[in-house]
Design a protein around this ligand. Sequence first.
Ligand SMILES: Cc1ncc(COP(=O)(O)O)c(C=O)c1O
Length: 428
Amino acid sequence: MPGIYDYLEDKDGLLHIDGISSTEIARRFGTPLYVYSARRIRDNYRRIHDAFAARRENFRANYAVKANNNLSVLDLLRREGAGADCAGPGEIRMAKSVGFPPGRILYSGNYNSDEELRYGLESGATINLDDGPLLARLLRFGKPKALCFRINPGFGKGAYPGVVTAGPDAKFGMREREALKAYRLAKEAGIERLGVHMMAGSNVLETPYWAAITDRLTGIAARIAKALRIELDFIDLGGGFGVPSKIGMKPLPVEDLAKKVVDAYEARLAKTPEIGDPTLVIEPGRYLVSDAGVLLATVTHVKTSAKRFVGCDAGMNTILRPALYGAYHEILPATRLDARRSLRANVTGPICENTDMLGKDRRLPKLEPGDLLAVLNAGAYGFVMASRFNSRPLPAEVLVADGQARLVRERETLEDLTRGEPIPTSAG
Ligand SMILES: Cc1ncc(COP(=O)(O)O)c(C=O)c1O
């Protein structure tokens, strides 16, 4: 398979995932099924990590757990040397359970409850506060050794409007003036190590943007460091490194990305020695796991009315991104790769919503119930966004590693749907 999907192969018209036939995987584990390539995740991590580490020794990569929280994926990335970016207590718990040391976990919450602040502090993770006044609330539970604030650098970028997380409309982060106040309070509270963070948007493929946003964030950090006479422990540029959604699109040129970012970063440090020598941190999610995952679905029914519909057993309950953002996912006819794609059809699931479209107007061959479809780029924000909508059990996950496919999350059953819901006897 071309380009970034180097672990996918067409063998006599049948999709193979890291050497194993998709029909064999579907037969063993059922569908809908998320399948991840350990090799591809590892390659993705090494490619982006090494590009930065070759240019700046004082560098760290944290994996954004929200992209894919499967414990086997977390374990794999921890063994590669990644730290963890966690969005809440659940992700901290999961990261710690596979051995991420608390000192390598950054907890970037927003609109936190007191319980979450206390949990974060007690977990030993470094806390990244999304607003200055949260500091006073956090200090009620104790004083952290290290602390970070999330800055809104004033602009952001994303593949879809829904994934732009900075700029005037963003709910995240602080403007420079509020940040200055927050860092002053943190200094007065005697917090020893201070970091700066941003997360400005997701799925960005253009490298000039990264140079511009690095320059903007480090500019803000430099002014704060100078005004308050504080040296910074780290500057975290967040995630957002893009993955092409369509076959044939150019992947992110990571060497060029790393060069542009590190050049902008180090130019700022050279201009503002007061800032110290903060560790450069990135926290990719999608870049590490998106193209390493395939969602396998079985065709259930093909219908022709005003349009042609190919129905399958994966819907917006299984993969939400098309319905949520209008996100594009390539869909391959996994069992008929060599057949002529002579038809155009909408690919839909079994959910009672008309937004339940995995792809619209796709070129496909003639398909029959029982054929397999493979939805590409399903490794990030796939399973983690799945729901039980329409009372459908959550799908299973499989990791292919060392030539073997292994179950890494069990499929839910219909019995799971009725568990944990006692009906009060006094109700009647
Ligand atoms: C704080 C934070 N860091 C990192 C990420 C990862 O972003 P991406 O998957 O685009 O790399 C996100 C995603 O929303 C995030 O909110």
